[in-house]
Design a binder for this molecule. Structure first.
Ligand SMILES: CC(=O)SCCNC(=O)CCNC(=O)[C@H](O)C(C)(C)COP(=O)(O)OP(=O)(O)OC[C@H]1O[C@@H](n2cnc3c(N)ncnc32)[C@H](O)[C@@H]1OP(=O)(O)O
Ligand SMILES: CC(C)C(=O)C(=O)O
Length: 513
């Protein structure tokens, strides 16, 4: 058994399955490049057979990523596996990850297949995949809730057919650490050809145990691959968080005795980039990447840390990508300081013109706000990435009126493809009136799923609001982010950003025919 732990990142596949987290090809490519800088071993880039858009995204990532293996998920059927192989054709190193459910519940109720049919389908699919790709991973979906005798038969068969990685999903987050660890151990002990494959864990966080279960699968079960996502993004309550499992293994090397190849200084930039791209904010007390993860407010802690950091810090902030010294960005800052902060946030501008456009917006905001915080940069570049995505809707001005006894009124001047329009409406409050004023023109038909004020950053002279708006229309769910000292303006910006993403998503589907 090797002492290297393989990090398999599925942010771009399982992470993208989070409602509202769908990404464009450009956004996935930008994150894939950051994952490569992070030195993850495997990037699961998507599910090539699920749509032309995802096929193109997997293909684009496979064509540019050189230092990580690029993987695509595929159901256990020839069509999906062929599409995956086609998308991966340009990869330096490719992996096909095929799966089929093996639990009684999934086989009977979802697949409507007998166990023998599933066993045969698994066997044939791995054989088919192996003829197209030397690196084949097999997952028995809902494996942890499968009957172990049957599961041993399936896994022995697929290893015989050439599966090189066996991944055991706790698909619904039902496992507990000790039992999951021993489950993996038992499988490896009972399957005669188990030494021919690398064993992998894939845990969901429905009970908040994804990281603990993954670590138990490694320590007790002998797994040597962990499937995880940045910020723990993923279906429902998410997956095992990459930053947590990596820093646990590195910080407690005395217990795990394993090496990971991750460049941990790229963790915070990766976290920021995924948060900014998906609009999923990271809670301040999130381990490793939360804003408070290395912040000390109480006097005793501050005193201790000032005297000796390890009194209250078991790892160094700089080692995970936080900047040691805090450069305060403001109207006197230059392009280099701005560019440096973008890099710390995992945001790499694709062109000088994109950087210049973002810098111009930064200076305009800095003229109005004493201190610029990371949230401002993320939101501002969020606007920029929207701009890069052919900004359809942009805010010009917003006026609001609320007389005692009257319903608040809003007048919003905004652009649609560069053409200025004016919308006016009354509402239950200034934000509601502003959204109604925008919709009086756009009539998007979108449903507002979520409105959240993510951060009120308090500068020396004024506060700053950042808002996320989540819209749904025709099965598409998108997030828009906006920031401004005026929370109503930030809300209007976020709403227009979401409308732009929704429109882009619709355009992409239309383009696919
Ligand atoms: C645990 C996980 O995260 S699994 C990965 C989940 N990811 C996704 O679903 C990606 C997005 N999904 C999609 O784009 C679509 O579901 C597709 C393209 C994969 C399939 O779409 P459709 O052909 O319309 O099928 P639909 O989604 O309605 O149903 C899934 C079908 O696949 C079958 N199926 C499900 N899993 C598997 C599997 N691993 N192997 C083979 N067949 C499977 C189901 O039994 C069902 O078949 P049925 O239509 O004969 O009943
Ligand atoms: C397809 C498998 C690996 C999966 O995502 C799950 O079962 O959670």
């Amino acid at each position: 058994m090797t002492d290297k732990l393989i990090i398999f990142d599925t942010t771009l596949r399982d992470g993208e399955q989070s409602p509202g987290a769908s990404m464009t090809k450009e956004e996935k490519l930008r994150i894939a490049r950051q994952l490569e800088r992070l030195k993850v071993d495997v990037i699961e880039a998507g599910f090539a057979a699920s749509s032309n858009g995802d096929f193109e995204a997997v293909k684009a990532i496979a064509d540019v990523i050189k230092d990580s293996t690029v993987c695509s998920l595929a159901r256990a059927n020839d069509r999906d596996i062929s599409r995956a192989a086609e998308a991966l054709r340009g990869a330096q190193r490719a992996r096909i990850h095929t799966f089929i459910a093996t639990s009684p519940l999934h086989m009977e109720k979802k697949l409507r297949m007998t166990p023998e049919q599933v066993l045969e389908q698994a066997r044939l699919s791995v054989r088919f995949a192996r003829n197209l790709c030397a690196d084949v991973e097999f997952s028995p979906e809902d494996g942890y809730r499968s009957e172990i005798d049957f599961l041993c038969r399936v896994l022995e068969a697929v290893i015989d057919e050439g599966a090189t990685t066996i991944n055991i999903p706790d698909t619904v987050g039902y496992a507990v650490p000790e039992l999951y660890g021993h489950f993996i151990k038992t499988l490896r002990e009972r399957i005669p050809n188990s030494d021919k494959a690398i064993w992998s864990v894939h845990c969901h966080n429905d009970l908040g145990m994804a990281v603990a279960n993954s670590l138990a699968g490694v320590k007790i079960g002998g797994a040597r691959q962990v499937e995880c996502t940045i910020n723990g993004l993923g279906e429902r309550a998410g997956n095992c968080a990459l930053e947590e499992v990596v820093m646990a293994v590195k910080t407690r090397r005395d217990y795990f005795g394993l090496e990971v190849g991750i460049d941990t200084t790229q963790i915070v930039p990766a976290s920021r980039l995924v948060s900014q791209t998906t609009g999923f904010v990271v809670q301040p007390n999130k381990a490793v990447v939360g804003a408070n993860a290395f912040a000390h407010a109480s006097g005793i802690h501050q005193d201790g840390v000032l005297k000796a950091r390890d009194t209250y810090e078991i790892m160094r902030a700089e080692d995970v990508g936080w900047s040691a010294n805090k450069i305060v960005l403001g109207k006197l800052s230059g392009r280099n300081a701005f560019k440096q902060r973008l890099q710390e946030l995992g945001i790499v501008m694709e062109s000088e013109s994109e950087l210049n456009a973002a810098f111009a917006k930064f200076k305009e905001l800095a003229d109005r706000k004493a201190e610029i915080f990371d949230e401002d940069i993320i939101a501002l570049v969020g606007d920029e990435s929207v701009t890069a995505e052919k900004e359809r809707y942009g805010l010009v001005a917003l006026a609001q009126r609320s007389e005692t006894g009257e319903r608040p009124h809003a007048r919003v001047v905004f652009t649609i493809d560069g053409k200025e329009v004016v919308g006016e409406a009354d509402g239950n409050g200034p934000v509601d009136a502003s959204i109604k004023a925008i919709e009086s023109h756009v009539q998007s038909g979108a449903e507002l799923l979520l409105y959240s004020v993510n951060a009120i950053t308090s500068g020396s002279t004024e506060s700053q609001g950042e808002v996320t708006v989540r819209l749904q229309h025709g099965g598409r769910v998108v997030n828009g982010v906006g920031a401004d000292p005026d929370i109503v303006v930030a809300s209007a910006k976020a709403y227009l950003a979401a409308l732009t993403k929704l429109h882009s998503a619709v355009e992409r589907v239309a383009a696919q025919g």
